[in-house]
Design a protein around this ligand. Structure first.
Ligand code: KIV
Length: 270
């Protein structure tokens, strides 16, 4: 792919073709994505868990997000980058939300993603959009609400919750979101949302009838040794390759077969 996409290009893809997004958190991974056809990179706050080892996403700060985002930007300047606004970087007041979204944009993000639909999220979405910061809304299983949900649980599986999330998606569209990410909801509901909205939807665990799909780098590539949700499709099993390679290296070292003569520097003969 030679042309970098921006928020309006994603909006225009609706009904034309589906689009792909993958998370990336570091320079080398981003460099690899830059060599692919993937449409969008997400610097997700999932980095709290998969890069920093936290139990959930609540502990990551805006300063930490900026470190990862800047590395990704260096690796993939040719890709649209969406950056997650971390927990409490946009909920306290609008001034804070603008300042923090601005930090992400200045560090190289092309859009920000914010979770939820209850007060003050519609207001924040409206304000950021109106000052030129494209907003991807994230509803359904929003990991920043994990304590309220009592775990990482499928959402919108009752009629009442489903109705609520459908009207929430319309509200967020009205407030200026350019895309709505739907996480871990029944595909019957994401299909309704996708049909009712003019803007595109993107799903993770939201089934087949959305406009785009996103997966986490470690899950998609089979790097994550922990149990992954059923919606993950593993396109590789890098974990086994890494473990096997590290063990081979270890045994080559202790058996003195690494390094070889060719892998060493030698004095020049005069
Ligand atoms: O932070 C993240 O990686 C995300 C995905 C789960 C969509 O928000």
């Amino acid at each position: 792919m030679d042309k970098k996409l921006y928020a309006p290009d994603i909006t225009k893809l609706k009904g034309v073709r589906k689009f792909s997004m993958v998370t990336a958190y570091d320079y080398t991974s981003a460099l690899l994505v830059s060599m692919t056809e993937i449409d969008v990179i997400l610097v997700g706050d999932s980095l709290a868990m998969v890069m920093l080892g936290h139990e959930n996403t609540l502990n990551v700060t805006i300063d930490e997000m900026l470190i990862f985002l800047k590395a990704v930007k260096k690796g993939a300047p040719n890709k649209m980058i969406v950056a997650d606004m971390p927990f409490l970087s946009y909920q306290i007041d609008i001034k804070d939300a603008i300042e923090n979204a601005g930090k992400l944009i200045k560090a190289g993000a092309d859009a920000v993603k914010i979770e939820g639909f209850e007060y003050p999220i519609p207001e924040v979405t409206e304000r950021l959009s109106s000052i030129g910061i494209p907003v991807m809304s994230h509803i359904g299983l929003t990991p920043q609400h994990v304590l309220k949900f009592g775990g990482f649980k499928i959402q919108a599986n009752t009629k009442e919750e489903a109705d609520k999330i459908v009207s929430a998606s319309k509200k967020l569209e009205e407030c200026g979101a350019f895309c709505v990410l739907l996480e871990a909801i029944p595909e019957e509901i994401s299909e309704v949302i996708t049909k009712e909205l003019r803007i595109p939807t993107i799903g993770i665990g939201a089934g087949r009838f959305v406009d785009g799909q996103v997966l986490v780098w470690q899950d998609l590539l089979g790097i994550n040794p922990n149990k992954v949700p059923k919606f993950v499709r593993k396109y590789a099993n890098i974990k086994d390759t890494i473990i096997e390679s590290l063990n081979r290296y270890h045994f080559d070292v202790i058996n003195s077969t690494f390094p070889s003569f060719e892998e060493a520097y030698h004095l020049k003969r005069v």
